[in-house]
Every structure is written in structure tokens, then in C-alpha cells.
Design a binder for this molecule. Structure first.
Ligand SMILES: *[C@@H]1O[C@H](CO)[C@@H](O)[C@H](O)[C@H]1NC(C)=O
Ligand SMILES: *[C@@H]1O[C@H](CO)[C@@H](O)[C@H](O)[C@H]1NC(C)=O
Ligand SMILES: *[C@@H]1O[C@H](CO)[C@@H](O)[C@H](O)[C@H]1NC(C)=O
Ligand SMILES: *[C@@H]1O[C@H](CO)[C@@H](O)[C@H](O)[C@H]1NC(C)=O
Ligand SMILES: *[C@@H]1O[C@H](CO)[C@@H](O)[C@H](O)[C@H]1NC(C)=O
Ligand SMILES: *[C@@H]1O[C@H](CO)[C@@H](O)[C@H](O)[C@H]1NC(C)=O
Ligand SMILES: *[C@@H]1O[C@H](CO)[C@@H](O)[C@H](O)[C@H]1NC(C)=O
Ligand SMILES: *[C@@H]1O[C@H](CO)[C@@H](O)[C@H](O)[C@H]1NC(C)=O
Ligand SMILES: *[C@@H]1O[C@H](CO)[C@@H](O)[C@H](O)[C@H]1NC(C)=O
Length: 497
């Protein structure tokens, strides 16, 4: 057993950590008054959403997304899968109409071939791998295979026994599809795509899984679930499900395919028998999820390995059939008004409550103090921010710490620059927030007054030529055997009792 564990541990480092994780948003279109593509894109820009996934390859959306810098995952709907999986030329035509016609103006990064095919459309499973291969060869023929990844989002229900994660395995009846699929993903350097819904696991567990554990709330370590086989500690269902996918792949000897979560979220409203579909829970889940993903924390099995994730979903889809919750997974209503305001202070430059058009620039939680100091020095020097309110006795001196002072200087610079993209970055230690950092008599620029916006830009942009250029954050693979030396096995069940 110990040897087996050691082998599992050693194979872990095979998944590479060369990219930072991103959070994107799925765009479902089952709305009675679906906004026009230009309105959708205006919302994405206002909310600083930089990654989206479409459930089709709608021409209007792809045109509206052109030259926006937004990265786009497009999809082959299940209805088109049989045709594409049976005909190389149908696949080639699909790629030429929906990809080649739009790239590179529209930055298509990913093609999702079908959606939960094994569980939603089992009779198309037999053509799934050929569809993947045909689409890939059409990309190769167009010289786009390096830029665009091909995969297929699967339902997490194909993974059995996912708790504890080390025991997870794929439903064997799908092995004849999954093994060639994993070979394809491995040989093309693509992702294993999985839809992860802790909400449903929680609902189905009849109170066995604690709510805090599904909502990614911080847990005291004695409440964490411990996988007795690996001694890995789990503090939330999301990580456990992602690791279950890694273990299920490892069980089939695939250890170097990164996981991407193509859907996850929480409904903000439900029927009387869905009491946990609430605004508060939806907000807590999505806010915690975004912070967790953007922190590049990875999972217990693959610490530091990014797990890019698409939230389900942008809009509430009022014409979706089923229970009330089905219509209420969205972050926004059809008018682009936020359903709730995410608590993202200091964590992400995705999603802002722009209805008041108030955004602020703040130092990132956990940013390195030396880098903050260097950025503060730059802002108050070459950046031409008036930092006199930070002097002793002045309005913004208290609290006298580097985080508060840097936030004041970053925010002032950001507003002096007219809130242009890139003016709230400071080599990665700053981020945009909708939370007004003003306190007492220390009023931050952007606090609802007309002052401070759109000043003359004689202010230099902060770029590599300036005197200030510390190294970018390097998130290493912090995996180490030490993580396995845990005193006392509480047992997986401990958290469930
Ligand atoms: C598309 O996005 C990728 C990933 O961020 C980036 O590397 C690439 O330069 C972008 N391509 C275009 C054409 O903008
Ligand atoms: C499919 O078409 C591509 C060109 O789009 C070609 O390179 C490839 O060999 C074809 N594959 C098969 C199995 O016919
Ligand atoms: C495994 O998949 C088969 C085929 O879809 C299905 O009939 C069976 O119920 C699944 N097994 C479990 C335990 O979910
Ligand atoms: C995985 O690899 C081991 C060792 O090479 C082998 O014994 C086992 O049969 C393989 N399992 C599968 C599912 O291929
Ligand atoms: C962010 O990651 C660091 C280590 O990389 C960790 O110490 C910290 O707890 C994480 N924060 C959150 C909110 O996950
Ligand atoms: C957005 O923020 C503004 C100002 O803080 C607030 O008045 C408004 O209610 C917020 N929008 C929503 C939907 O909560
Ligand atoms: C929000 O503010 C920016 C810059 O201050 C301005 O360009 C933009 O037009 C404003 N948007 C709305 C909807 O008021
Ligand atoms: C705008 O700036 C002027 C001069 O700096 C100041 O007197 C005034 O109080 C400011 N207005 C608000 C609403 O803060
Ligand atoms: C911009 O600069 C010009 C010339 O220096 C000046 O007249 C104008 O008032 C400035 N505008 C603002 C918003 O500061």
C-alpha cells in the first residue's frame, strides 16, 4: 500500500503548471429576451470578463467578440455531433465556417465537442472520439492546432465513488470511449473537461455533506475531510471532485492531462424543496470559487496546478424547463443587472458591479510586501500620484500599513488614468474591485464624485521601460512530500459526522 501511494505521489508532478488559472463564464441563451450580441459583449467588457464559453458557434456572437481580447471557447452542439463524428468533410466544413472565418480577430482558444455526451446523448458516444479527431485534423490542416485545443465536457456522474477521491474511477462501461479519448487529449496536449456541481452533490447527500464544505468556506483543519488512502486533506467538495477526476484518470494510467472545469455554479433561487438555492449561498459559492481558482491554489493532489473554471452562468435563463433553480444560475438578469454583488475584494479583476460605474483599484490580498512597496514608490514618483494624504497626520495615514497605502496610491493612479485597461495592474500586485476602500475622512477617487476621472494623461504609463520592474509573481508547484506527513488520520468520515 505504501509503495502504491508513493507511486501515485510521484506521478503527480507530471501535470504541468505553466499557466495561471482563469475564471470564465458560460453564456446560455434560453432567455425570452436574449440580449443582442453587442449588448452581451458590452456587459462582458464592463464586467471585465475575459473568458467565455458559448454552447454553439453563433456567428453574431463571434463577430461581436472580435477584437475585444476576450478568449472564447465555442461548442459543437450535441445535435451536430453525429454528422461531424461520421464525416471528416462535415467536420472540416464546421471548422472552416465557425473557426477559420473568425480567427484571429475572435480569439477562439477552445472547441468543446458536444456537451455531456456520454450521459446526455449516449447513442452519439460511439462517434465522440472520431468527432474529436476530425475536428483536430481540420485544425491541423488550417494550421490552428497549436492555438486551439479540442476536448469534450463530461458530466461528473461518469466518475463513480468520488469520495474519497483516491477511490474514484470512471464508470467502466465508458472505458471503450474514455481510453481513446484520454489518448487523444494526451497526445494533443488538451484538457480533461468536467462539469462540477457541488450543489447537486450537496442536495443528493441528504445533509451528509455539510453546507460550508460545499460553499468553499474556510474550515478549521479538524473539520477537513481526510482521504485515508492518501492522507490528503480536503476543505471543499470542488477540490475533492477535481481530484476524483485526476484519480480516475490515473486509474487508467493517464497522469499528465490537466483538468479544466467547464461548468460550476450555484442557483440563487429555487422551489420550496430547494431551500439552499439562495442569493447568499450563490454569492458565497461563486465568490469563494473565484478567489480559490485565481489564487492558483490547485487541489490537494496537485497543489499549484491551475484549474481554470467557467462559471455557470452569465444570465438567468428564464425559459429553461425544470425546477425554479434551473432558471436561476445566472450572475445577471437579461438587462445586465447583477443578481447579486460578488464579494471579490482584492481577489479578482473579473466581475464588477458596474451599474453604478464605480470601480476602484486595490492592492491584492496576499501580495508581497516588497513588491507593494516598489509599486507604491513608483506610483508616488514617476506615476505622479499626489501621495501627501499618506503622510503622518493626514487623512489617509491610518491605517499605517503598506497594503492600505499602496491601495490609496494605486486607486488614485487608476482614476487619473481614466480607469484604462492596464492602469490597475502594477506588475500583478493590484486588482480592480467594486468595494469602495474609503474610510473616515480618507475619500478615495471614484467615490461617486466627478473629481478625478479623466485627467490629462501626461502621466507616464507603467511599463517595462520604467525604473520599476520587479519579477512577475511566480506560482511554483508547491507540491512536496511533506504534505503527506500528517499527524493522525481523522478519517474521511470525520467531516461527515
Ligand atoms: C489569444 O489568447 C491567447 C491566450 O491568452 C494568447 O496567447 C494569444 O496571443 C491570443 N491570440 C490572439 C490572436 O489575440
Ligand atoms: C480528414 O481531413 C483532413 C483534412 O481536413 C485530412 O488531413 C485527414 O487526413 C482526414 N482524415 C481522414 C481519416 O480522412
Ligand atoms: C454506468 O454507465 C452505464 C451506461 O450508461 C449505466 O447503465 C450504469 O447505470 C452506470 N453505472 C453507475 C453505477 O452509474
Ligand atoms: C496501467 O499500467 C500498469 C503498469 O504498466 C499495468 O499493469 C496496468 O494494466 C495498466 N492499466 C491500464 C488500465 O491500462
Ligand atoms: C492563496 O494561496 C496561498 C499559497 O499559494 C495560500 O497560503 C492562501 O491561503 C490562499 N488563499 C486562499 C484564499 O485560498
Ligand atoms: C451596485 O452597486 C450600487 C452602488 O454601490 C448599489 O446601489 C446597487 O444596489 C448595486 N446593484 C445591485 C444589483 O445590488
Ligand atoms: C463609466 O466610466 C467610464 C470612465 O470613467 C466612462 O468612459 C463610461 O462611459 C462610463 N459608463 C457608463 C455606463 O456610465
Ligand atoms: C472636487 O475637488 C475639489 C478640488 O479638489 C474639492 O474642493 C471638492 O470638494 C471635490 N468634490 C467632491 C464631491 O469631493
Ligand atoms: C488638460 O490640460 C489642459 C492644458 O494643460 C488644461 O487646459 C485642461 O484644463 C486639462 N484638463 C483637465 C481635465 O485637467
Amino acid at each position: 500500500m505504501a509503495l502504491l501511494l508513493l507511486l501515485l505521489v510521484l506521478t503527480v508532478s507530471a501535470v504541468s503548471a505553466d499557466e495561471d488559472a482563469f475564471v470564465g463564464v458560460n453564456i446560455g441563451t434560453d432567455l425570452s429576451d436574449m440580449p443582442h450580441p453587442t449588448q452581451v459583449v458590452a456587459l462582458l467588457k464592463a464586467q471585465q470578463i475575459r473568458h467565455v464559453r458559448l454552447y454553439n458557434a453563433d456567428r453574431g456572437m463571434l463577430l461581436a467578440l472580435a477584437n475585444t481580447g476576450i478568449k472564447v471557447a465555442i461548442s459543437i452542439p450535441n445535435e451536430q455531433l453525429l454528422g461531424i463524428g461520421q464525416s471528416n468533410s462535415t467536420a472540416a466544413n464546421w471548422v472552416s465556417q465557425n473557426v477559420v472565418a473568425h480567427y484571429p480577430a475572435t480569439n477562439i482558444t477552445t472547441i468543446c465537442v458536444g456537451s455531456e455526451v456520454l450521459t446526455a446523448l449516449p447513442n452519439a458516444a460511439r462517434v465522440l472520439v472520431s468527432a474529436l479527431k476530425f475536428i483536430q485534423s481540420a485544425l491541423v490542416a488550417s494550421n490552428l492546432d497549436k492555438q486551439i485545443k479540442v476536448s469534450t465536457p463530461l458530466a461528473s456522474s461518469i466518475i463513480l465513488d468520488s469520495f474519497p477521491p483516491s477511490q474514484a474511477f470512471f464508470n467502466h462501461s465508458w472505458n471503450p470511449v474514455l481510453i481513446p479519448m484520454l489518448n487523444f487529449l494526451q497526445s494533443t496536449g488538451s484538457y480533461f473537461m468536467i462539469n462540477v456541481y457541488p450543489y447537486f452533490d450537496y442536495m443528493q447527500s441528504n445533509g451528509v455533506i455539510p453546507l460550508d464544505y460545499t460553499l468553499l468556506k474556510p474550515l478549521p483543519s479538524n473539520k477537513e475531510a481526510v482521504d485515508a488512502n492518501t492522507l490528503l486533506h480536503y476543505s471543499n467538495v470542488f477540490d475533492a471532485m477535481v481530484d476524483a477526476a485526476y484519480f480516475a484518470m490515473a486509474y487508467l494510467n493517464f497522469t499528465n492531462i490537466p483538468v479544466m472545469v467547464t461548468e460550476t455554479g450555484w442557483p440563487s433561487k429555487g422551489d420550496s424543496n430547494e431551500p439552499d438555492a439562495t442569493l447568499d449561498n450563490a454569492n458565497t459559492y461563486n465568490s469563494n470559487l473565484i478567489k480559490h481558482v485565481l489564487n492558483n491554489t490547485g487541489t490537494p493532489r496537485h497543489p499549484g496546478i491551475s484549474v481554470s473554471t467557467y462559471i455557470y452562468e452569465l444570465y438567468n435563463e428564464d425559459t429553461k424547463p425544470g425546477p425554479v433553480s434551473e432558471k436561476n444560475w445566472g450572475l445577471f438578469d437579461a438587462n445586465g443587472v447583477p443578481v447579486y454583488i460578488l464579494h471579490l475584494t482584492g481577489s479578482g479583476s473579473v466581475l464588477a458591479n458596474d451599474t453604478a460605474n464605480q470601480t476602484f483599484c486595490t492592492a491584492k490580498d496576499g501580495a508581497d510586501a516588497k513588491m507593494l512597496q516598489a509599486a507604491l514608490d513608483w506610483a508616488c514618483g514617476p506615476g505622479k500620484v499626489d501621495c501627501s494624504p499618506l503622510l503622518q497626520g493626514q487623512a489617509c495615514y491610518e491605517p499605517d500599513n503598506i497594503f492600505a497605502h499602496a491601495t490609496y496610491a494605486f486607486n488614485t493612479y487608476y482614476h487619473q488614468m481614466g480607469r484604462t485597461p492596464g492602469s490597475c495592474d502594477f506588475n500583478g500586485v493590484a486588482t480592480i474591485t467594486t468595494t469602495n476602500p474609503s474610510h473616515g475622512s480618507c475619500i478615495y477617487l471614484g467615490s461617486g464624485d466627478k473629481n478625478g476621472t479623466l485627467l490629462n494623461s501626461t502621466i507616464p504609463a507603467m511599463d517595462s521601460k520604467s525604473s520599476y520592474s520587479p519579477a512577475k509573481f511566480v506560482y511554483g508547484n508547491v507540491f512536496s512530500a511533506a504534505a503527506y506527513i500528517v499527524v493522525g488520520v481523522i478519517g474521511w468520515i470525520a467531516v461527515l459526522l
